[in-house]
Design a protein. Structure first.
Length: 257
């Protein structure tokens, strides 16, 4: 494994370690292409800022620090700077405009909420048995794909659905079919493997394989040690083999403008 586009920083307030420590770990593990994609800042109309995002006040330091390190390490590793971002129907244009204005190179889709998150958004990782909510999540992902602005979909199986299996099959087949048609990779998420979470989900990846989807590995690093996660690599490779997935090492970064 030589590329990873899913790396966070301490600035999101639920990760630890310095950017330099992450880069050193990646270099040590043989990573040649490294993408920083922390949770994109956003201030909702009432002034609310999510507590899992980088604060707006940290944007300048985020880019300044990473740009300086990119120059320093240019002979050892290629560094890209972007964001993990949701697709919120009401706020997508503003979020995209901000990302482009700040100089972001790429976006990966990390849909964590149904709807627009705030106010009243529903977090999808807690366990939901409603078919309507599952369909709404898939609709958001499909709309995100249509924008052409996301380089890949991270943890596409993050929705913790506890309802009827037929609905899970139907809705995720819609998602996988759209991703395959748009040639947008789906991420096998190493954080889920490391922490023993409900994802990666075998039922999801079976569907992805049947629909001819392309997979990509993502460390989803929140600690410096995870900027190279060889311990989870074998489990991820087994998923690829078991479900007949097409795997790509590198991703074509889609321009924001």
């Amino acid at each position: 494994m030589t590329a990873n586009y899913h790396t966070h920083t301490y600035r999101c307030r639920h990760a630890s370690g310095t950017e330099r420590e992450y880069i050193e770990r990646a270099v040590e593990g043989g990573i040649k292409i490294m993408g920083f994609s922390d949770h994109i800042p956003f201030r909702f109309p009432d002034g609310y800022q999510s507590d899992y995002r980088v604060p707006l006040e940290e944007v300048e330091n985020y880019f300044a620090t990473l740009n300086a390190l990119r120059e320093e390490y240019k002979n050892k590793i290629k560094i890209h700077i972007g964001w993990e971002m949701e697709y919120y129907p009401l706020y997508f244009d503003e979020m995209l405009e901000n990302a482009a204005r700040w100089g972001s190179e790429y976006l990966i889709l990390g849909q964590h909420f149904i709807g627009n998150e705030h106010p009243g958004g529903k977090y999808i990782g807690e366990g939901i048995n409603g078919e309507t909510e599952l369909a709404e999540y898939v609709d958001c992902v499909l709309e995100a794909i249509k924008t052409g602005k996301f380089s890949y979909i991270c943890h596409p199986d993050v929705f913790r659905y506890t309802g009827e299996k037929a609905a899970y099959e139907r809705e995720n087949r819609r998602l996988c079919r759209a991703a395959a048609e748009a040639d947008i990779p789906l991420e096998i998420n190493f954080l889920g493997i490391r922490d023993g979470r409900h994802y990666p989900n075998g039922d999801f990846w079976r569907i992805a394989g049947e629909e001819g989807c392309t997979a990509v590995f993502g460390f989803d690093a929140h600690k410096a040690k995870a900027a190279y996660d060889g311990e989870s690599l074998e489990a991820a490779q087994k998923i690829v083999k078991e479900y007949g997935l097409k795997l790509v090492e590198t991703v074509q970064l889609r321009p924001l403008k």
